[in-house]
Design a protein around this ligand. Structure first.
Ligand SMILES: *[C@@H]1O[C@H](CO)[C@@H](O)[C@H](O)[C@H]1NC(C)=O
Ligand SMILES: *[C@@H]1O[C@H](CO)[C@@H](O)[C@H](O)[C@H]1NC(C)=O
Ligand SMILES: *[C@@H]1O[C@H](CO)[C@@H](O)[C@H](O)[C@H]1NC(C)=O
Ligand SMILES: *[C@@H]1O[C@H](CO)[C@@H](O)[C@H](O)[C@H]1NC(C)=O
Ligand SMILES: *[C@@H]1O[C@H](CO)[C@@H](O)[C@H](O)[C@H]1NC(C)=O
Ligand SMILES: *[C@@H]1O[C@H](CO)[C@@H](O)[C@H](O)[C@H]1NC(C)=O
Ligand SMILES: *[C@@H]1O[C@H](CO)[C@@H](O)[C@H](O)[C@H]1NC(C)=O
Length: 442
């Protein structure tokens, strides 16, 4: 059963460049498929892996007798008390430009073995490599590159989780690749669908997890393995997803992010009743808008972390933009730019600014409660710097050698996830800076 619905999307300057104003209609089935492809789910690896349930895994003491790759010698001398003296207090590390940088990425498809096939742009044959030679340069301060030795040293006996959708998985893979210069992680857990995983860095007794919880709150998702939805999502706006809250006390650090899944057709439940919906014509329910649900969800998430007895160091990452041009993922949209935008050449799309505004508001509300309770809450505001990187997505190179047989082949583009290596690596530079010099910023 296909339900028609309209999704009038005002796409801003990316499209202004082409004087294109796109209006399109999608069915929720298609929308389901979209996020199967783009927020999705499958990274299937054929290697034999443990299937011990997460609960048991969490209770176990970490295995330290596994093969350990000798750490490479430290390039930068460690100094726990060192601070970047050239960092201006209250500098906004999220405002700046991408500048040319010949040093290139910290890893490649050869040195890192955990890059998901769909994001392995080098292996998949993306011909242009210029996108690898840029560095985020905050306007008023220096952003040091991620120092994997120092990071792992700080993380001895610690546990860290990325909590969110497939973009969080994209982000954790970037971190794993950067850290693999010093120590290879050992995968110690994955769920049945390879969406949630956990790794151990044995030499540092550091545990890194990614938890797939695309809404962060309780949700019933009716999608088969091909991402075709048979019914709309049922979202419970006043209940958190136990997939992450049950394990929250095990994490010293967490990077939490919501986002694009809230755009899907959903029925909203509150106080054990149906409160309304988003995109459900014919259902005689009040359209509440995705922003209603997203705000409630984030508020609930932030209340949980800021008022918790367990005092973690929490980053709230802002939404990640896509860069489809001249269409969407299902209507021939593509992203073939090869250089970043300069500031002013592109505006954030309405959907992204709506989401980011909610994130910023809810963060501000929560920040006071956090500091009162001794919880460190940091905003990882990567949206604007990511908007400037239309060149950082796999595009057609989400597939292996898409044009090998036919150079005019019509292939699905991914203009949402990020190539690895790619611009998403800079998110970790920002994480590291907030981790070690966080008090210098807001
Ligand atoms: C470490 O940092 C402190 C504070 O900046 C400095 O006084 C000290 O000399 C540094 N030590 C080394 C070995 O660099
Ligand atoms: C890495 O990518 C290059 C192309 O850039 C390719 O020739 C090589 O086979 C890839 N290596 C692996 C291990 O995927
Ligand atoms: C890590 O934990 C072990 C065992 O509890 C302890 O002996 C060691 O000192 C800890 N290391 C650090 C850096 O906290
Ligand atoms: C590893 O770290 C955990 C705390 O996260 C600690 O309980 C455990 O004893 C440590 N194990 C070793 C072998 O250091
Ligand atoms: C749910 O209950 C809360 C508190 O009892 C109330 O403030 C809120 O308006 C209720 N929401 C709905 C949708 O009924
Ligand atoms: C829609 O819901 C309202 C209030 O629940 C009800 O009064 C009305 O009869 C319903 N309309 C249809 C067509 O079911
Ligand atoms: C991107 O693709 C479009 C349509 O195929 C083409 O007109 C344009 O020149 C391409 N741009 C780049 C930078 O390759």
């Amino acid at each position: 059963m296909v339900k028609e619905m309209r999704w009038d999307s005002k796409l801003s300057s990316l499209h202004k460049l082409n004087h294109v104003f796109v209006k399109f209609a999608v069915s929720f089935l298609l929308l389901g498929l979209a996020f199967r492809i783009f927020s999705s789910d499958s990274f299937r690896i054929s290697s034999v892996v443990e299937t011990t349930p997460l609960a048991e895994q969490m209770a176990e003491s970490p295995v330290v007798s596994l093969p350990i790759q000798a750490p490479v010698s430290s390039v930068v001398p460690e100094n726990e008390t060192q601070t970047s003296e050239n960092v201006a207090v209250k500098c906004d590390i999220f405002s700046g430009d991408w500048i040319a940088d010949q040093s290139g990425p910290a890893y490649t498809n050869e040195s890192c073995h955990v890059i998901e096939a769909h994001q392995n742009c080098l292996k998949n044959g993306r011909p242009d490599l210029g996108y690898l030679y840029w560095r985020w340069n905050p306007r008023d301060c220096e952003l040091p590159r991620f120092n994997p030795q120092r990071f792992l040293h700080l993380m001895r006996n610690k546990s860290w989780a990325f909590i969110g959708d497939s973009i969080s998985r994209n982000h954790v893979q970037s971190l794993l690749c950067i850290l693999s210069q010093v120590e290879q992680a050992v995968e110690v857990y994955h769920d049945e669908e390879y969406r949630s995983k956990r790794w151990l860095f044995p030499a540092h007794n550091f545990t890194l997890s990614v938890i797939w919880t695309p809404f962060l709150i309780k949700a019933a998702i009716f999608e088969d393995m091909n991402g075709v939805s048979s019914s709309e999502v049922q979202l419970y706006l006043d209940e958190l997803d136990e997939q992450w809250t049950d394990y929250y006390k095990d994490f010293d650090y967490a990077v939490i992010a919501g986002g694009k899944w809230f755009l899907k057709t959903a029925i909203y439940h509150e106080n054990n009743t149906v409160a309304g919906c988003h995109y459900c014509p014919g259902k005689n329910l009040t359209e509440l808008g995705f922003d209603y649900a997203y705000r409630k969800a984030l508020r609930h998430v932030l209340n949980f972390v800021t008022r918790n007895d367990h005092k973690a160091f929490v980053f709230l990452r802002t939404t990640t933009p896509d860069h489809f041009e001249n269409g969407e993922w299902f209507s021939g949209g593509y992203c073939n730019r090869t250089v970043p935008f300069k500031e002013g050449e592109i505006d954030m799309r309405d959907i992204d600014s709506t989401m980011r505004n909610i994130e910023l508001n809810e963060f501000e509300e929560a920040a006071a409660a956090a500091s009162k309770n001794g919880v460190v809450l940091k905003l990882l505001d990567t949206t604007r710097l990511s908007v400037l990187r239309p060149d950082g997505h796999p595009g057609p190179y989400r597939q292996f050698q898409p044009f090998a047989k036919d150079k005019n082949a019509v292939v699905q583009n991914d203009c949402l996830h990020w190539c690895l290596p790619g611009p998403i690596d800079s998110w970790n530079d920002l994480v590291m800076e907030l981790l070690v010099n966080g008090e210098e910023y807001r």
